[in-house]
Design a binder for this molecule. Structure first.
Ligand code: G3I
Length: 452
């Protein structure tokens, strides 16, 4: 019997409304298989493109992106004094070691961060009462131990962090108050002794443009150089606000370079008032591109490190309520326009990456009381893949029991599926599909999938 189109549509509609959970949802993630990763673009220019990382997160998609896209890592917190010596004489190097090991396994540099700072120190240090001789000893010992531990393995150290106030006077800190401004020279000298091959930096924020604070830093570096104190570079943190890249950024980088030191953009992020809109993200792309371009334009600018590559791992929302979206990847690890801004500045494609060129579509094709069958379709248009991995996280305890046309592994809620030996290639204009059975109970919400 021939089924009429309208009765077919009716049956389909009934099926779908009768089981809303069966509704297929397209969640697309841009793939960049056709673009060189940022680290390849940076390598070709002899520049660093780095990211701050959290050691415990270096697995799954986070680890995959950190390893594939960046040629340098900075521990976001793991090497700070409070992290490594929470109790006097008791050391915890676990996360710092993990990051250095990961970097070495991925052919990446490490930027050590940070040795002498007023913040994130252990309470035994900040609450103690010390003579200047004791303080000096504590600082020198800390530097000797930490820099010595990673001797020969780190490209650079932020030896002194944030020594200035906004008006260019010295910040009143444990170190300045106890040792005077010369704590900076002492720290640099101790670091050089502990690892002669690491580049030694002073790092600060709001010193990206020419202003009172950056001029104080400039004068300090000039006098350290004149005195023969070991100083190799200045770090411009670059915690910036949308639309406010200082117009004198390149000029400022150049004046430090002219002093005979390297310059690194060390903690780049560009925050905005939430919610992010298309217009704000476009401005952010322009801003990221401008910052990285200013660095690329000056040969002594070694490169740029972003302070977390994903909005899910950024300090901004905690510190500036209502603001965020400051990094080049969104919370689901999809590259934002800012990613293209960085790529463009590094000499990559000047058109936006092929967003949506390859997409993964997750759908539930049938569902019964305890189980369901799902499928994922990977389709490419204007790009192609030679291998693929699709990741998602279940939100309601769903559990995969069997998969076909892909190898799927589930750890907790996290599912990761890779191509079978015969269907890794997805040509431009083509698609591949894989399927699975899974258990559910209560509800079966559709996950967001990412394609890597
Ligand atoms: O580790 C504890 C955890 O045990 C606890 O459950 C949790 C609860 O809040 O806090 C965790 O510590 C947090 C730590 O980051 C690790 O996530 C601290 O509260 C939080 O204050 C700390 O923030 C760090 C911040 O430095 C402190 O100033 C940020 O992650 C880190 O990105 C940020 O980095 C600094 C640079 O070192 C220097 N330049 C400025 C930059 C931004 O502040």
């Amino acid at each position: 019997m021939r089924t009429s189109r309208s009765s077919l549509r009716h049956r389909l509609t009934t099926l779908l409304t009768g089981a809303a959970a069966l509704t297929a949802l397209l969640v697309a993630a841009p793939a960049h298989a056709a673009d060189p990763p940022l680290r390849d673009l940076a390598d070709a220019k002899g520049k660093v493109i780095g990211t701050a990382v959290t050691g415990s997160k270096l697995t799954g998609t986070y680890g995959q992106i950190a390893g594939a896209e960046f040629n340098s890592l900075t521990p976001g917190n793991a090497m700070k004094w409070g992290s490594v010596e929470p109790t006097r004489g008791t050391f915890n190097w676990t996360e710092a070691d993990q990051i250095v090991d990961f970097a070495e396994a991925h052919g990446q540099q490490v930027r050590g961060h940070t040795l002498v700072w007023h913040s994130q120190n252990p309470s035994w240090l900040t609450n103690g009462t010390w003579t200047s001789a004791q303080l000096s000893q504590l600082m020198n010992d800390h530097i000797a131990l930490e820099v010595g531990r990673y001797k020969g393995r780190l490209a650079a150290w932020d030896v002194v962090n944030e020594p200035f106030n906004e008006d260019g006077t010295y910040r009143q800190t444990l170190w300045y108050n106890g040792l005077g401004a010369d704590y900076i020279a002492q720290a640099l000298t101790a670091a050089r002794a502990a690892d002669p091959s690491a580049k030694l930096y002073i790092n600060d924020y709001n010193v990206e443009g020419v202003n009172a604070k950056s001029t104080a830093l400039y004068n300090l570096v000039k006098s350290l150089k004149e005195r023969g104190v070991p100083i190799d570079g200045v770090g411009l943190q670059a915690h910036l606000i949308l639309g406010q890249v200082p117009s004198s950024l390149q000029q400022n980088i150049q004046r430090f370079a002219d002093l005979g030191v390297d310059v690194a953009i060390t903690e780049l992020d560009i925050r905005m008032q939430l919610p992010a809109t298309e217009a704000k993200l476009a401005q952010q792309r322009t801003d990221y591109e401008a910052v990285v371009k200013a660095c690329v334009a000056v040969s002594r600018c070694t490169g740029a490190t972003v302070w977390g590559f994903t909005d899910s791992d950024s300090w901004i929302p905690d510190t500036f309520p209502g603001q965020g979206a400051a990094t080049p990847y969104d919370e689901n690890y999809a590259p934002k326009p800012a990613y293209s801004g960085i790529a463009t500045a590094l000499g990559g494609t000047t058109t936006p990456p092929p967003t949506g060129a390859c997409t993964a579509t997750y759908s539930v094709t049938s569902q019964w009381n305890t189980g369901f069958t799902g499928q994922v379709r990977i389709a490419c248009s204007g790009a192609s893949l030679s291998s693929w991995r699709v990741n998602w996280t279940y939100g309601a305890g769903q559990q995969i029991t069997q998969a076909w046309s892909a190898t799927c592994a589930q750890t907790g809620a996290a599912v990761s599926c890779t191509n079978a030996s015969w269907n890794g290639t997805v040509p431009n204009g083509g698609s591949v599909t894989f399927g699975f059975n899974a258990n559910w109970s209560g509800s079966n919400p559709l996950p967001t999938v990412t394609l890597g």
